[in-house]
Ligand binder design. Structure first.
Ligand code: F6P
Length: 462
Protein backbone atom coordinates (compact mmCIF):
# COMPACT_ATOMS: atom_id res chain seq x y z
CA UNK A 1 0.00 0.00 0.00
CA UNK A 2 1.31 3.40 -0.98
CA UNK A 3 -1.56 5.82 -0.45
CA UNK A 4 -4.59 5.66 1.82
CA UNK A 5 -7.47 8.11 2.10
CA UNK A 6 -9.19 9.03 5.34
CA UNK A 7 -12.29 11.09 6.10
CA UNK A 8 -14.35 12.05 9.13
CA UNK A 9 -18.13 11.93 8.67
CA UNK A 10 -21.27 12.58 10.70
CA UNK A 11 -21.48 14.59 13.92
CA UNK A 12 -18.02 15.44 15.23
CA UNK A 13 -16.60 14.22 18.53
CA UNK A 14 -13.72 15.56 20.57
CA UNK A 15 -11.53 12.54 19.69
CA UNK A 16 -11.45 12.67 15.89
CA UNK A 17 -8.02 14.27 15.59
CA UNK A 18 -6.67 11.57 17.90
CA UNK A 19 -8.03 8.91 15.51
CA UNK A 20 -6.42 10.70 12.56
CA UNK A 21 -3.13 10.86 14.44
CA UNK A 22 -3.27 7.13 15.24
CA UNK A 23 -3.73 6.43 11.53
CA UNK A 24 -0.81 8.73 10.70
CA UNK A 25 1.45 6.87 13.16
CA UNK A 26 0.80 3.52 11.48
CA UNK A 27 1.03 5.02 7.99
CA UNK A 28 4.40 6.56 8.89
CA UNK A 29 5.71 3.24 10.19
CA UNK A 30 4.78 1.60 6.89
CA UNK A 31 5.84 4.39 4.55
CA UNK A 32 2.27 5.07 3.39
CA UNK A 33 0.92 8.48 2.40
CA UNK A 34 -2.25 9.35 4.29
CA UNK A 35 -4.56 11.75 2.49
CA UNK A 36 -7.43 13.41 4.32
CA UNK A 37 -10.59 14.24 2.36
CA UNK A 38 -12.20 17.49 3.48
CA UNK A 39 -15.70 17.62 5.00
CA UNK A 40 -16.34 13.89 4.88
CA UNK A 41 -18.05 12.45 1.83
CA UNK A 42 -18.82 15.98 0.65
CA UNK A 43 -15.31 16.07 -0.88
CA UNK A 44 -16.42 13.41 -3.37
CA UNK A 45 -19.28 15.61 -4.57
CA UNK A 46 -16.85 18.29 -5.68
CA UNK A 47 -15.02 17.84 -9.01
CA UNK A 48 -11.83 19.27 -7.44
CA UNK A 49 -12.07 16.89 -4.41
CA UNK A 50 -10.33 19.03 -1.76
CA UNK A 51 -7.83 16.96 0.20
CA UNK A 52 -4.60 17.28 2.12
CA UNK A 53 -1.57 15.18 2.90
CA UNK A 54 -1.55 14.46 6.62
CA UNK A 55 2.00 13.05 6.76
CA UNK A 56 4.40 14.83 4.37
CA UNK A 57 7.84 13.23 4.64
CA UNK A 58 6.21 10.60 6.90
CA UNK A 59 5.75 13.13 9.69
CA UNK A 60 2.39 14.28 11.01
CA UNK A 61 1.51 17.85 10.07
CA UNK A 62 1.80 20.13 13.14
CA UNK A 63 -1.88 21.14 12.93
CA UNK A 64 -2.88 17.58 13.79
CA UNK A 65 -3.12 17.69 17.58
CA UNK A 66 -4.79 14.83 19.45
CA UNK A 67 -5.73 17.12 22.33
CA UNK A 68 -7.88 19.36 20.12
CA UNK A 69 -11.56 18.56 19.74
CA UNK A 70 -13.34 18.50 16.38
CA UNK A 71 -11.62 17.36 13.22
CA UNK A 72 -9.07 19.26 11.21
CA UNK A 73 -10.52 17.60 8.10
CA UNK A 74 -14.01 18.95 8.74
CA UNK A 75 -17.08 16.76 8.78
CA UNK A 76 -20.52 16.67 7.20
CA UNK A 77 -23.62 14.55 7.15
CA UNK A 78 -23.39 14.17 3.36
CA UNK A 79 -23.21 10.56 2.17
CA UNK A 80 -22.87 8.95 -1.23
CA UNK A 81 -26.37 7.84 -2.12
CA UNK A 82 -26.22 4.17 -3.04
CA UNK A 83 -29.56 4.42 -4.83
CA UNK A 84 -28.11 7.02 -7.20
CA UNK A 85 -25.91 5.16 -9.75
CA UNK A 86 -24.60 8.41 -11.27
CA UNK A 87 -23.46 9.75 -7.89
CA UNK A 88 -21.84 6.41 -7.11
CA UNK A 89 -20.03 6.26 -10.44
CA UNK A 90 -18.72 9.80 -9.95
CA UNK A 91 -17.53 9.01 -6.42
CA UNK A 92 -15.77 5.83 -7.64
CA UNK A 93 -14.09 7.75 -10.44
CA UNK A 94 -12.86 10.48 -8.10
CA UNK A 95 -11.49 7.94 -5.64
CA UNK A 96 -9.64 6.30 -8.55
CA UNK A 97 -8.16 9.63 -9.62
CA UNK A 98 -6.80 10.07 -6.09
CA UNK A 99 -4.91 6.77 -6.48
CA UNK A 100 -5.99 5.47 -3.10
CA UNK A 101 -5.19 1.87 -2.21
CA UNK A 102 -7.72 1.98 0.60
CA UNK A 103 -10.06 4.29 2.49
CA UNK A 104 -10.69 4.80 6.21
CA UNK A 105 -14.00 6.33 7.23
CA UNK A 106 -14.06 7.65 10.78
CA UNK A 107 -17.71 7.67 11.75
CA UNK A 108 -20.75 6.18 13.41
CA UNK A 109 -23.78 4.23 12.26
CA UNK A 110 -24.64 6.72 9.50
CA UNK A 111 -21.10 6.45 8.12
CA UNK A 112 -21.13 2.66 8.28
CA UNK A 113 -24.35 2.64 6.26
CA UNK A 114 -22.90 5.26 3.90
CA UNK A 115 -19.56 3.57 3.26
CA UNK A 116 -21.10 0.26 2.17
CA UNK A 117 -21.24 1.04 -1.59
CA UNK A 118 -17.67 2.35 -1.56
CA UNK A 119 -16.36 -1.03 -0.39
CA UNK A 120 -17.24 -2.29 -3.84
CA UNK A 121 -14.67 -0.08 -5.54
CA UNK A 122 -11.97 0.23 -2.88
CA UNK A 123 -10.97 -1.56 0.33
CA UNK A 124 -12.75 0.53 2.95
CA UNK A 125 -12.82 0.20 6.74
CA UNK A 126 -14.42 2.09 9.60
CA UNK A 127 -12.78 3.57 12.67
CA UNK A 128 -15.66 4.23 15.07
CA UNK A 129 -16.55 7.46 16.77
CA UNK A 130 -19.69 8.94 18.27
CA UNK A 131 -20.49 10.65 21.53
CA UNK A 132 -23.78 8.70 21.56
CA UNK A 133 -21.92 5.38 22.15
CA UNK A 134 -24.44 3.74 19.86
CA UNK A 135 -22.14 2.12 17.30
CA UNK A 136 -21.89 -1.42 18.57
CA UNK A 137 -23.93 -4.35 19.78
CA UNK A 138 -24.87 -5.39 23.29
CA UNK A 139 -24.01 -8.91 22.10
CA UNK A 140 -23.32 -10.69 18.82
CA UNK A 141 -26.53 -11.47 16.98
CA UNK A 142 -28.39 -8.45 18.35
CA UNK A 143 -28.81 -7.01 14.85
CA UNK A 144 -30.96 -10.00 13.87
CA UNK A 145 -33.61 -8.97 16.42
CA UNK A 146 -34.89 -6.18 14.19
CA UNK A 147 -38.23 -6.54 12.39
CA UNK A 148 -39.28 -4.49 9.39
CA UNK A 149 -42.76 -3.43 8.32
CA UNK A 150 -44.18 -1.06 5.76
CA UNK A 151 -46.48 1.66 7.01
CA UNK A 152 -47.67 3.30 3.80
CA UNK A 153 -44.56 4.72 2.17
CA UNK A 154 -42.61 4.55 5.41
CA UNK A 155 -40.48 1.60 6.47
CA UNK A 156 -40.80 1.01 10.20
CA UNK A 157 -38.27 -0.98 12.22
CA UNK A 158 -39.17 -2.52 15.58
CA UNK A 159 -37.39 -4.92 17.90
CA UNK A 160 -38.88 -8.34 18.48
CA UNK A 161 -39.43 -9.47 22.06
CA UNK A 162 -36.41 -11.35 23.29
CA UNK A 163 -36.75 -14.33 25.61
CA UNK A 164 -35.00 -14.18 28.96
CA UNK A 165 -32.54 -16.76 27.66
CA UNK A 166 -31.58 -14.47 24.83
CA UNK A 167 -31.30 -11.37 26.98
CA UNK A 168 -29.09 -13.35 29.37
CA UNK A 169 -26.53 -13.15 26.61
CA UNK A 170 -25.63 -9.75 27.99
CA UNK A 171 -22.16 -9.73 29.55
CA UNK A 172 -19.65 -6.91 29.60
CA UNK A 173 -16.98 -8.92 27.80
CA UNK A 174 -19.42 -9.88 25.02
CA UNK A 175 -20.29 -6.31 24.08
CA UNK A 176 -19.19 -5.65 20.52
CA UNK A 177 -17.39 -2.31 20.59
CA UNK A 178 -17.72 -1.59 24.30
CA UNK A 179 -17.36 2.16 23.98
CA UNK A 180 -16.85 4.66 21.19
CA UNK A 181 -14.30 7.50 21.26
CA UNK A 182 -16.05 10.73 22.23
CA UNK A 183 -18.48 9.15 24.68
CA UNK A 184 -16.30 9.64 27.76
CA UNK A 185 -15.76 13.33 27.06
CA UNK A 186 -19.47 13.92 26.38
CA UNK A 187 -20.39 12.24 29.67
CA UNK A 188 -17.74 14.30 31.45
CA UNK A 189 -19.39 17.51 30.19
CA UNK A 190 -22.92 16.28 30.97
CA UNK A 191 -22.05 15.09 34.49
CA UNK A 192 -20.25 18.34 35.22
CA UNK A 193 -23.35 20.26 34.05
CA UNK A 194 -25.57 18.22 36.36
CA UNK A 195 -23.30 18.86 39.35
CA UNK A 196 -23.45 22.58 38.59
CA UNK A 197 -27.21 22.66 38.19
CA UNK A 198 -27.60 20.74 41.45
CA UNK A 199 -26.50 23.45 43.85
CA UNK A 200 -28.64 26.13 42.25
CA UNK A 201 -31.73 23.86 42.25
CA UNK A 202 -30.95 22.98 45.86
CA UNK A 203 -30.57 26.61 46.93
CA UNK A 204 -33.72 27.88 45.23
CA UNK A 205 -35.86 24.77 45.92
CA UNK A 206 -36.47 24.06 42.26
CA UNK A 207 -36.81 21.07 39.96
CA UNK A 208 -34.12 20.98 37.28
CA UNK A 209 -34.44 18.99 34.08
CA UNK A 210 -31.13 18.51 32.26
CA UNK A 211 -31.36 17.27 28.67
CA UNK A 212 -28.43 15.35 27.20
CA UNK A 213 -27.78 14.19 23.64
CA UNK A 214 -27.77 10.63 22.34
CA UNK A 215 -30.77 10.45 20.02
CA UNK A 216 -32.48 7.05 20.49
CA UNK A 217 -29.75 5.80 22.74
CA UNK A 218 -29.63 6.55 26.47
CA UNK A 219 -25.93 5.85 27.00
CA UNK A 220 -25.05 9.48 27.64
CA UNK A 221 -27.94 9.78 30.14
CA UNK A 222 -26.74 6.57 31.83
CA UNK A 223 -23.18 7.89 32.06
CA UNK A 224 -24.47 11.24 33.33
CA UNK A 225 -25.32 9.35 36.53
CA UNK A 226 -21.82 10.38 37.60
CA UNK A 227 -23.44 13.78 38.16
CA UNK A 228 -25.74 12.12 40.77
CA UNK A 229 -29.12 13.16 39.34
CA UNK A 230 -32.15 12.02 41.36
CA UNK A 231 -33.88 10.63 38.28
CA UNK A 232 -32.51 9.29 34.98
CA UNK A 233 -34.82 9.03 31.96
CA UNK A 234 -33.65 7.21 28.85
CA UNK A 235 -35.22 6.99 25.37
CA UNK A 236 -35.40 3.19 25.61
CA UNK A 237 -38.01 3.24 28.40
CA UNK A 238 -41.27 5.12 27.96
CA UNK A 239 -42.05 7.64 30.67
CA UNK A 240 -45.34 7.47 32.50
CA UNK A 241 -45.72 11.10 33.53
CA UNK A 242 -48.10 10.32 36.44
CA UNK A 243 -45.60 7.92 38.02
CA UNK A 244 -42.74 10.31 37.38
CA UNK A 245 -44.65 13.24 38.92
CA UNK A 246 -45.30 11.23 42.08
CA UNK A 247 -41.61 10.29 42.31
CA UNK A 248 -40.56 13.94 41.82
CA UNK A 249 -42.92 15.04 44.59
CA UNK A 250 -41.54 12.36 46.95
CA UNK A 251 -38.00 13.55 46.29
CA UNK A 252 -39.00 17.18 46.79
CA UNK A 253 -40.76 16.39 50.05
CA UNK A 254 -37.50 14.90 51.26
CA UNK A 255 -34.93 17.42 49.98
CA UNK A 256 -36.95 20.39 48.67
CA UNK A 257 -35.57 20.12 45.15
CA UNK A 258 -34.92 17.52 42.44
CA UNK A 259 -32.59 17.02 39.50
CA UNK A 260 -33.75 14.99 36.50
CA UNK A 261 -31.54 14.02 33.58
CA UNK A 262 -33.24 13.01 30.35
CA UNK A 263 -32.03 11.77 27.00
CA UNK A 264 -33.19 13.99 24.11
CA UNK A 265 -35.15 11.10 22.54
CA UNK A 266 -37.40 10.21 25.51
CA UNK A 267 -40.97 9.12 24.81
CA UNK A 268 -44.19 9.26 26.80
CA UNK A 269 -46.28 6.23 27.76
CA UNK A 270 -47.92 6.22 24.29
CA UNK A 271 -44.60 6.29 22.47
CA UNK A 272 -44.77 9.97 21.47
CA UNK A 273 -41.52 11.89 21.65
CA UNK A 274 -41.38 14.70 24.15
CA UNK A 275 -40.53 17.74 22.01
CA UNK A 276 -39.95 17.72 18.27
CA UNK A 277 -38.45 14.96 16.23
CA UNK A 278 -37.64 15.18 12.55
CA UNK A 279 -35.98 12.64 10.32
CA UNK A 280 -32.53 13.78 9.19
CA UNK A 281 -31.01 13.10 5.80
CA UNK A 282 -28.25 10.77 6.93
CA UNK A 283 -28.42 7.14 5.82
CA UNK A 284 -28.89 5.85 9.36
CA UNK A 285 -32.35 7.47 9.12
CA UNK A 286 -31.48 9.34 12.31
CA UNK A 287 -33.91 11.71 13.98
CA UNK A 288 -33.13 15.26 15.02
CA UNK A 289 -34.59 16.00 18.40
CA UNK A 290 -35.41 19.32 20.00
CA UNK A 291 -37.13 20.37 23.17
CA UNK A 292 -37.48 17.15 25.21
CA UNK A 293 -36.70 18.88 28.52
CA UNK A 294 -39.05 21.79 27.80
CA UNK A 295 -41.85 19.42 26.85
CA UNK A 296 -41.25 17.23 29.92
CA UNK A 297 -41.38 20.34 32.07
CA UNK A 298 -44.80 21.18 30.61
CA UNK A 299 -46.06 17.65 31.26
CA UNK A 300 -44.89 17.79 34.88
CA UNK A 301 -46.52 21.20 35.26
CA UNK A 302 -49.78 19.63 34.11
CA UNK A 303 -49.41 16.73 36.52
CA UNK A 304 -48.00 18.13 39.78
CA UNK A 305 -50.49 20.22 41.82
CA UNK A 306 -49.61 23.88 41.41
CA UNK A 307 -50.03 24.44 45.13
CA UNK A 308 -47.19 21.94 45.66
CA UNK A 309 -44.93 23.74 43.16
CA UNK A 310 -45.71 27.18 44.66
CA UNK A 311 -44.95 26.02 48.18
CA UNK A 312 -41.70 24.29 47.14
CA UNK A 313 -39.77 27.54 46.85
CA UNK A 314 -42.39 30.13 47.78
CA UNK A 315 -43.03 30.90 44.11
CA UNK A 316 -45.94 33.05 42.99
CA UNK A 317 -45.86 31.30 39.61
CA UNK A 318 -45.70 27.46 39.66
CA UNK A 319 -43.78 27.59 36.36
CA UNK A 320 -40.76 29.00 38.24
CA UNK A 321 -40.45 25.77 40.22
CA UNK A 322 -39.27 23.87 37.14
CA UNK A 323 -36.37 24.87 34.93
CA UNK A 324 -34.56 23.20 32.06
CA UNK A 325 -31.00 23.13 30.81
CA UNK A 326 -29.87 21.58 27.59
CA UNK A 327 -26.22 20.52 27.70
CA UNK A 328 -26.23 20.69 23.90
CA UNK A 329 -23.20 20.88 21.65
CA UNK A 330 -20.76 21.52 24.51
CA UNK A 331 -20.95 17.71 24.87
CA UNK A 332 -19.49 17.30 21.41
CA UNK A 333 -16.75 19.89 21.46
CA UNK A 334 -13.53 20.81 23.16
CA UNK A 335 -10.54 18.93 24.45
CA UNK A 336 -10.98 15.14 24.60
CA UNK A 337 -10.32 13.35 27.87
CA UNK A 338 -7.29 11.12 28.12
CA UNK A 339 -9.48 7.97 27.79
CA UNK A 340 -10.88 9.13 24.46
CA UNK A 341 -7.54 10.28 23.09
CA UNK A 342 -5.76 7.06 23.95
CA UNK A 343 -8.34 4.68 22.51
CA UNK A 344 -9.18 6.83 19.49
CA UNK A 345 -5.49 6.79 18.58
CA UNK A 346 -5.39 3.00 18.89
CA UNK A 347 -8.46 2.62 16.68
CA UNK A 348 -7.02 4.93 14.03
CA UNK A 349 -3.76 2.97 14.10
CA UNK A 350 -5.64 -0.31 13.78
CA UNK A 351 -7.72 0.89 10.85
CA UNK A 352 -4.50 1.25 8.80
CA UNK A 353 -3.42 -2.21 9.99
CA UNK A 354 -6.75 -3.59 8.76
CA UNK A 355 -6.22 -2.17 5.27
CA UNK A 356 -2.63 -3.41 5.16
CA UNK A 357 -3.95 -6.84 6.19
CA UNK A 358 -6.15 -6.82 3.08
CA UNK A 359 -9.43 -6.30 4.89
CA UNK A 360 -12.44 -4.36 3.66
CA UNK A 361 -15.93 -3.61 4.96
CA UNK A 362 -14.71 -4.15 8.54
CA UNK A 363 -15.02 -2.11 11.69
CA UNK A 364 -12.25 -1.55 14.25
CA UNK A 365 -13.65 -2.13 17.76
CA UNK A 366 -12.71 -1.75 21.39
CA UNK A 367 -13.36 -4.88 23.45
CA UNK A 368 -13.38 -5.25 27.23
CA UNK A 369 -11.24 -8.06 28.57
CA UNK A 370 -12.73 -8.93 31.96
CA UNK A 371 -9.83 -11.22 32.88
CA UNK A 372 -6.98 -8.76 32.71
CA UNK A 373 -9.24 -5.69 33.10
CA UNK A 374 -8.06 -3.94 29.95
CA UNK A 375 -9.47 -2.79 26.65
CA UNK A 376 -8.15 -4.43 23.51
CA UNK A 377 -8.51 -3.37 19.90
CA UNK A 378 -10.18 -5.89 17.60
CA UNK A 379 -12.24 -5.77 14.41
CA UNK A 380 -15.51 -7.19 13.12
CA UNK A 381 -17.04 -7.71 9.71
CA UNK A 382 -19.49 -4.83 9.08
CA UNK A 383 -22.11 -7.53 8.39
CA UNK A 384 -22.48 -8.30 12.11
CA UNK A 385 -23.84 -4.78 12.67
CA UNK A 386 -26.46 -5.11 9.93
CA UNK A 387 -29.99 -6.44 10.20
CA UNK A 388 -31.23 -8.88 7.58
CA UNK A 389 -32.12 -6.00 5.25
CA UNK A 390 -28.65 -4.48 5.55
CA UNK A 391 -29.57 -1.61 7.89
CA UNK A 392 -27.43 -0.58 10.85
CA UNK A 393 -29.36 0.49 13.93
CA UNK A 394 -28.07 2.53 16.83
CA UNK A 395 -27.16 0.45 19.88
CA UNK A 396 -29.59 1.16 22.69
CA UNK A 397 -29.19 0.75 26.44
CA UNK A 398 -29.67 -2.91 27.36
CA UNK A 399 -32.53 -3.53 29.85
CA UNK A 400 -29.99 -4.88 32.37
CA UNK A 401 -28.52 -1.41 32.69
CA UNK A 402 -31.69 0.46 33.69
CA UNK A 403 -33.95 0.18 36.73
CA UNK A 404 -37.41 1.04 35.39
CA UNK A 405 -39.07 1.24 38.82
CA UNK A 406 -36.59 3.64 40.36
CA UNK A 407 -35.77 5.69 37.21
CA UNK A 408 -32.15 4.86 37.90
CA UNK A 409 -29.23 2.88 36.53
CA UNK A 410 -28.58 -0.64 37.82
CA UNK A 411 -25.57 -2.23 39.50
CA UNK A 412 -24.70 -3.76 36.11
CA UNK A 413 -24.64 -0.28 34.58
CA UNK A 414 -22.26 0.80 37.32
CA UNK A 415 -20.03 -2.14 36.39
CA UNK A 416 -20.30 -1.15 32.76
CA UNK A 417 -19.28 2.46 33.39
CA UNK A 418 -16.37 1.93 35.75
CA UNK A 419 -13.84 0.52 33.27
CA UNK A 420 -14.40 3.58 31.10
CA UNK A 421 -14.44 6.28 33.74
CA UNK A 422 -12.23 5.08 36.61
CA UNK A 423 -9.19 6.56 34.90
CA UNK A 424 -10.80 8.58 32.13
CA UNK A 425 -9.36 11.89 33.23
CA UNK A 426 -5.61 12.27 32.86
CA UNK A 427 -3.50 14.52 35.08
CA UNK A 428 -2.78 16.59 31.98
CA UNK A 429 -6.52 17.18 31.49
CA UNK A 430 -6.86 18.92 34.85
CA UNK A 431 -3.55 20.72 34.44
CA UNK A 432 -4.76 21.96 31.06
CA UNK A 433 -7.77 23.64 32.70
CA UNK A 434 -5.54 25.23 35.34
CA UNK A 435 -3.12 26.60 32.79
CA UNK A 436 -5.30 27.54 29.87
CA UNK A 437 -8.75 28.76 30.84
CA UNK A 438 -7.76 32.02 32.48
CA UNK A 439 -4.63 32.58 30.44
CA UNK A 440 -4.55 36.37 30.10
CA UNK A 441 -3.63 35.89 26.44
CA UNK A 442 -7.19 34.68 25.83
CA UNK A 443 -8.37 38.22 26.53
CA UNK A 444 -6.36 39.94 23.85
CA UNK A 445 -5.51 37.23 21.29
CA UNK A 446 -8.12 36.37 18.70
CA UNK A 447 -8.95 32.70 18.22
CA UNK A 448 -6.72 31.21 15.51
CA UNK A 449 -8.79 28.73 13.55
CA UNK A 450 -7.16 25.59 12.28
CA UNK A 451 -9.30 26.01 9.14
CA UNK A 452 -7.27 29.10 8.28
CA UNK A 453 -3.95 27.49 9.17
CA UNK A 454 -4.64 24.58 6.83
CA UNK A 455 -5.55 26.67 3.76
CA UNK A 456 -2.09 26.35 2.24
CA UNK A 457 -1.99 22.60 2.63
CA UNK A 458 -5.20 21.90 0.71
CA UNK A 459 -4.77 20.30 -2.67
CA UNK A 460 -7.30 19.90 -5.47
CA UNK A 461 -7.73 17.54 -8.37
CA UNK A 462 -7.26 19.54 -11.50
O1 F6P B 1 -24.96 11.86 16.84
C1 F6P B 1 -24.35 12.85 17.60
C2 F6P B 1 -25.32 13.93 17.99
O2 F6P B 1 -24.62 14.85 18.78
C3 F6P B 1 -26.60 13.47 18.65
O3 F6P B 1 -26.44 13.16 20.00
C4 F6P B 1 -27.49 14.66 18.40
O4 F6P B 1 -28.84 14.34 18.39
C5 F6P B 1 -27.07 15.09 17.04
O5 F6P B 1 -25.75 14.63 16.83
C6 F6P B 1 -27.13 16.57 16.83
O6 F6P B 1 -26.80 16.81 15.51
P1 F6P B 1 -26.64 18.26 14.89
O7 F6P B 1 -25.39 18.84 15.47
O8 F6P B 1 -26.54 17.99 13.42
O9 F6P B 1 -27.84 19.02 15.30
Amino acid sequence: MKRIGILTAGGDTPALNATLLGAVHKANECGIELIGLLSGFQALYRPDVPHLLLNPGLTAIPELDATRGGTILGSSRTYVDETDPAALATAFERLKLLNFDGLICVGGDGTLNGMQPLCECLPTVLAPKTIDNDLGLNYLGEASEWLREKNGAEVVYTRREVSSDESNKFALESIVNYVTPGYATAVFVAAEGIHRVRTTAESHRRIAIVEVMGRHSGYIAVGASYGQPDIVLIPEVRVDVGTLARKVQEICQHQQHAVIVCGEGIQDADGNFFGDSRRSSDPAGNHRFAGAAASLKQSLLNEIPHSFLRELGGFSDPDTALFTRKVGHTQRGGRPLSFDRYHATQLGYHSVEMLIGGQSNRVATLQWNAEDLTFAVDDYDAKVFRDEWGEIHPRTVHPELYDVVNFDITATAQQYLQPIFDNAIGADDTEYIRQSLFDSGNLHDDYQSVNVKLQNRIEYLS
